[in-house]
Design a protein around this ligand. Structure first.
Ligand code: GYE
Length: 311
């Protein structure tokens, strides 16, 4: 009988040790990914990039896809599960200080994907993203050249609280300020979505607002603008020029049809860099605070040169 009790106790003890820290100790890294809930090809491509890289590396990925409040809850769940690291695509710039402080106190490194936050830099390892102000400046230079320095522009804004929208607008306006003959007559959020982008342009048309160019912070809203212009009997890409950002496949298809004029690339393929930097941080190795993906502008003249035909 004594032997049986000893055997039972040793099994319980071994089992407990094996699950120390709340995870099966199979040697696999466990990473939580707090992704933004957003119905867009860009976001889906980014999620797939992270999932495929986790599979390739044999990492146990806990994926959560929610609005920002849900992202904060998800990070707290990841901390409770004692994950080894966290990937976060922060929906907006603010509201992260407390939960990122909790992750830091728990000794869990956080890598920011595709957007920045206004939280102190010691609360996160690195931001891996495009240079959004550069994207805005490139779009502004293209518009100035196409308008020959004179005309009216309307801006379809992303989420006004989101890092890429704020910086894409700042970069664009920095260039527009150099051309007194160009007037930005409208700027309204299309909330990153094709449907909302369409609604905004429909309202501009109904109000009799006439512009030469629409600058959209992402391809989704640009596609909505195209829908609205066509419904009004106008020729997008001719009557009204359209430039956007992201370089998703649908944007290149629209350029091919003559509906869209240009898009500035913004790569969503952040999985490999995300895990490379998170693994370095987990191993206590130094990581640059900002890791910027290079971007390029594609228009009618060079879109067929894109290596993959868009994301
Ligand atoms: O440009 C847009 C999505 O954060 C850079 O998010 C990303 C942006 C991207 O809504 O399509």
């Amino acid at each position: 009988m004594k032997r049986f009790i000893l055997l039972a106790l040793s099994i319980v003890l071994l089992g407990t040790l094996a699950f120390a820290g709340g995870q099966p100790d199979d040697g696999k890294l466990v990473v939580g990914f707090a992704q933004i809930k957003e119905d867009s090809p860009w976001r889906t491509t980014e999620t797939n990039s992270v999932q495929q890289e986790a599979e390739r590396l044999g990492i146990d990925l806990k994926l959560s896809v929610t609005e920002q409040d849900g992202q904060i809850s998800a990070i707290r769940d990841f901390i409770a599960q004692n994950v080894d690291g966290i990937l976060l695509a922060p929906q907006t710039r603010s509201g992260w200080n407390e939960v990122l402080g909790e992750a830091k106190d728990a000794g869990i490194p956080v890598v920011l994907l595709d957007r920045g936050v206004d939280a102190p830099e010691d609360l996160w390892v690195t931001q891996i993203s495009s240079d959004f102000a550069y994207e805005g400046r490139e779009a502004g230079k293209w518009v100035a050249e196409r308008l020959n320095g004179k005309g009216k522009v309307a801006e379809l804004y992303g989420d006004p609280a989101a890092d890429p929208a704020i910086l894409r607008s700042e970069g664009f306006m920095e260039i527009m300020a150099k051309y007194p003959g160009i007037e930005v007559v409208e700027s309204k959020t299309g909330e990153w979505s094709q449907d909302k982008g369409r609604q905004v342009v429909e309202a501009w048309l109904a109000a009799g607002i006439v512009v030469d160019v629409i600058y959209a912070h992402n391809d989704g809203m640009a596609l909505g603008a195209i829908d609205a212009l066509k419904a009004a009997g106008l020729n997008p890409g001719e009557d009204v020029l359209i430039i956007s950002v992201d370089a998703i496949k649908a944007a290149f298809e629209a350029i091919d049809r003559g509906d869209l004029n240009a898009t500035v690339e913004c790569s969503p393929l952040l999985g490999p860099l995300g895990f490379e930097m998170l693994t370095k941080a987990i191993n206590g190795e130094p990581v640059d605070k900002y890791i910027i993906n290079p971007d390029a502008l594609y228009d009618e003249s060079n879109y067929k040169d894109h290596p993959t035909g868009g994301f």
